[in-house]
Design a protein around this ligand. Structure first.
Ligand code: GLC
Ligand code: CA
Length: 544
C-alpha cells in the first residue's frame, strides 16, 4: 500500500481526460471550510486573519483540497461570529482589507485552489446603516427593508428565535422588529426590491474581485409568510431540520426566484458557483434549491446529524442521492461545520470517537458529489471545553447557559507543538478563544510527520480520490447488512467499494479487489478474497 500511495502523492489534482473537461469543477470538489477567526493569525492580535490564511495556503495545497470557503470576513457587530454584517462590500479591519482578499484569491488561484465567500442575505447586523436609518425614522425607505410592527402589548405572532426567546424585540420607540436569530440580527424584508438589488451588487462586487462563488447562509429563509401568520406548531428542532410546524417562517415558494436571479448573475462569471445552507427536514425540499436554474449545490446535513449507526447513515446517503439525483445536482456531503459539535466528540470521544471519525471521513470522501471538510476535522480535533466566561456564542448567552453553544468547535487551530501552538506569531496577544493546554498533540507539524495520523489519512484519501474516477463521482449503490454499510461507486468502467463497519465486532469482508486505503492501520488481507474489518473502521477496495 505504501508504494501505491507514493505514486499518487506526486499529483493531487484530478487529471481530466479531454471529454470530461466540460464537467464543472464544483461537482466533485473537496471544499475546505476556513473558520477565518480561528485559522491563522498573521499580525499577532490573537485573531485569525486573511494574511494568516494566505500564508497557510501551501498547507491546503499539500493537503490536496480543491477549494476553500471562508466564513464571514465582513465588518460586523460581532454578535454572532460575523453572521451579523454591517457592510457587505468591505473586509473587517480585524481580518485585513479588500486588497488582502484580492491577494489571497490570486495566491489561491496560482495553487489551483478556488475561493468561496460566505454571504448572509437573511438578516443584517443591527449596526448596518439601513437598520440604523430605520430606527431613526419609521417612515424612511430603509424601514421597509425590515419587518417592523407597530407598538403593542404583544408581539405580532408566535414566532421564536432559533437562538432562544421570541423572534420579536422592541425598538427604543416601542415598535417590534423581527429577528429569527439574535436581536442584533434583524431580518430583511425581501418583498422590498431594494434588498434584492443591493445583494446583486454585493455578489458582483466580490465576483469582480475574482472569487469563485458563495456559500449562502440561511438560504431557506429570506421570505416569510406575507401576512406573518402564526406558526402551526411549537419550534421543535426535528432531527434533520425544519418541517411543517414552522411553515410560516421558512421555505416560502418566493425564495426560489432569488436563487434564479443569483444563478443568472453567476452565469455571467463562468465557473462560479453557489452552495446553500438549507436546514429543512425533507431532502426533496432541500434538493429543489439546487435545480438547474437555482443554486449549484445545497448542503446535505443528514450525516452531520446522524448518530453512529449503519441504518441512519445508510438512510442519510440514500435519501440524499435520491433527492439530489432527481434534480441533477451533486450531493454536497457534510460531516462537520462551525455550528455542530466536533465529529470525534459526537461519535463518542476518545479512541472510539477518533476511529469513527477516521472511518466516517473515508465514507464521505468515497461518495459521489462534493465533500466539505471543516478546518480542524482533518486533525481530529475534539470539541473543546471552553470555560463559560470565555464563551462568545449568543446561543449560550441567550439560553442562560442551558445550551452549551458552538464555541467548542471554533477554537483556533494548532499548527505546531510550541506552547502557543503556532496560531499567532511568538509573543502575540492571547487567542480570542482559549486553546486547551494539551492541543499540541494535535498540531499539524506533529501529524504531518506521523504516517498514521488523522492528517495523513485525509491527505492520502484526497490523493487517492484525485486519481480514481469512481471516488467522488459516478453512480453509487448503497447496501447494508446489520452494522456494515457498503457504498459501491462506478465511473468510467471502474468500481470502488467503501465498506464501513459501524458495529462493535470485527467482520469478515469479501474483497475480490485491491485494498486502496484503510482508516485503521491494522487492516490486512486475511486471504486473497477476504479481509477482517475491525469495529469502527472503513476501507476502500478497488475492484480489479
Ligand atoms: C447559519 C450559520 C450560523 C449562524 C446563522 C445565522 O446557520 O451557519 O453560524 O449563526 O446562520 O446567520
Ligand atoms: Ca490577527
Amino acid at each position: 500500500m505504501a508504494a501505491r500511495l507514493a505514486t499518487v502523492r506526486s499529483s493531487t489534482r484530478r487529471q481530466f481526460a479531454p471529454e470530461q473537461a466540460a464537467s464543472p469543477w464544483w461537482r466533485d470538489a473537496v471544499v475546505y471550510q476556513v473558520y477565518l477567526r480561528s485559522f491563522a493569525d498573521g499580525n499577532g492580535d490573537g485573531i485569525g486573519d486573511l494574511a494568516g490564511l494566505r500564508a497557510r495556503l501551501p498547507y491546503l495545497n499539500w493537503l490536496g483540497v480543491d477549494a476553500l470557503w471562508i466564513n464571514p470576513h465582513y465588518p460586523s457587530g460581532g454578535a454572532d461570529g460575523g453572521y451579523d454584517i454591517s457592510d457587505y462590500r468591505a473586509v473587517d479591519p480585524e481580518y485585513g482589507d479588500v486588497a488582502d482578499l484580492e491577494a489571497l484569491v490570486e495566491d489561491a488561484r496560482a495553487l489551483g485552489l478556488k475561493v468561496l465567500l460566505d454571504v448572509v442575505p437573511n438578516h443584517t447586523s443591527d449596526q448596518h446603516p439601513w437598520f440604523q436609518a430605520a430606527l431613526a425614522d419609521p417612515d424612511s425607505p430603509e424601514a421597509s427593508r425590515y419587518h417592523f410592527a407597530p407598538a403593542s402589548e404583544e408581539p405580532p405572532n408566535n414566532w421564536r428565535s432559533l437562538f432562544g426567546g421570541p423572534a420579536w424585540s422592541r425598538t427604543p420607540d416601542g415598535r417590534w422588529y423581527l429577528h429569527l436569530f439574535a436581536p442584533e440580527q434583524p431580518d430583511l424584508n425581501w418583498r422590498d426590491p431594494a434588498v434584492a438589488e443591493d445583494f446583486e451588487r454585493t455578489l458582483r462586487f466580490w465576483l469582480d474581485r475574482g472569487v469563485d462563488g458563495f456559500r449562502v447562509d440561511v438560504a431557506y429563509g429570506l421570505f416569510k409568510d406575507a401576512d406573518l401568520r402564526n406558526n402551526p406548531g411549537e419550534y421543535s428542532p426535528t432531527l434533520f431540520g425544519h418541517g411543517p410546524e414552522q411553515a410560516m417562517t421558512w421555505n416560502q415558494p418566493e425564495v426560489h426566484d432569488v436563487w434564479r436571479r443569483w444563478r443568472a448573475v453567476c452565469d455571467e462569471y463562468p465557473g462560479t458557483m453557489l452552495v446553500g445552507e438549507v436546514c429543512l427536514a425533507d431532502p426533496a425540499e432541500i434538493a429543489l434549491y439546487s435545480r438547474p436554474d437555482e443554486m449549484h449545490q445545497a448542503f446535505s446535513f443528514r450525516l452531520l446529524k446522524s448518530g453512529w449507526s449503519a441504518e441512519s447513515f445508510a438512510d442519510g446517503v440514500r435519501s440524499a442521492l435520491d433527492a439530489f439525483g432527481k434534480v441533477g445536482a451533486p450531493v454536497s456531503w457534510v460531516l462537520g461545520n462551525h455550528d455542530k459539535d466536533r465529529q470525534v466528540t459526537r461519535f463518542g470521544g476518545g479512541e472510539v470517537g477518533d476511529a469513527r471519525a477516521r472511518a466516517a471521513a473515508l465514507l464521505k470522501l468515497a461518495l459521489p458529489g462534493s465533500a466539505y471538510i471543516y478546518a480542524g476535522d482533518e486533525l481530529g480535533l475534539p470539541q473543546a471545553d471552553v470555560p463559560d466566561a470565555a464563551k462568545k456564542d449568543p446561543i449560550f448567552h441567550r439560553s442562560g447557559g442551558e445550551r452549551s453553544g458552538r464555541d467548542g468547535c471554533r477554537v483556533p487551530m494548532p499548527w505546531n507543538a510550541t506552547p502557543g501552538v503556532g496560531f499567532s506569531p511568538r509573543g502575540s496577544a492571547q487567542p480570542w478563544l482559549p486553546i486547551p493546554a494539551d492541543w499540541r498533540r494535535y498540531a499539524v507539524s506533529r501529524q504531518a510527520r506521523d504516517d498514521r495520523s488523522m492528517l495523513n489519512l485525509y491527505r492520502q484519501a484526497l490523493a487517492v480520490r484525485a486519481e480514481h474516477p469512481a471516488l467522488g463521482s459516478g453512480e453509487a449503490t448503497v447496501s447494508r447488512r446489520g452494522e456494515v454499510l457498503t457504498v459501491r461507486s462506478t465511473a468510467e468502467g471502474r468500481s470502488v467499494r467503501c465498506v464501513i463497519n459501524m458495529g462493535d465486532h470485527p467482520v469478515l469482508v469479501r474483497t475480490a479487489g485491491t485494498l486502496l486505503l484503510s482508516s485503521a492501520p491494522q487492516v490486512t488481507h486475511t486471504s486473497r478474497r477476504s479481509l477482517a474489518l475491525p469495529a469502527d473502521t472503513a476501507v476502500w477496495i478497488a475492484e480489479d
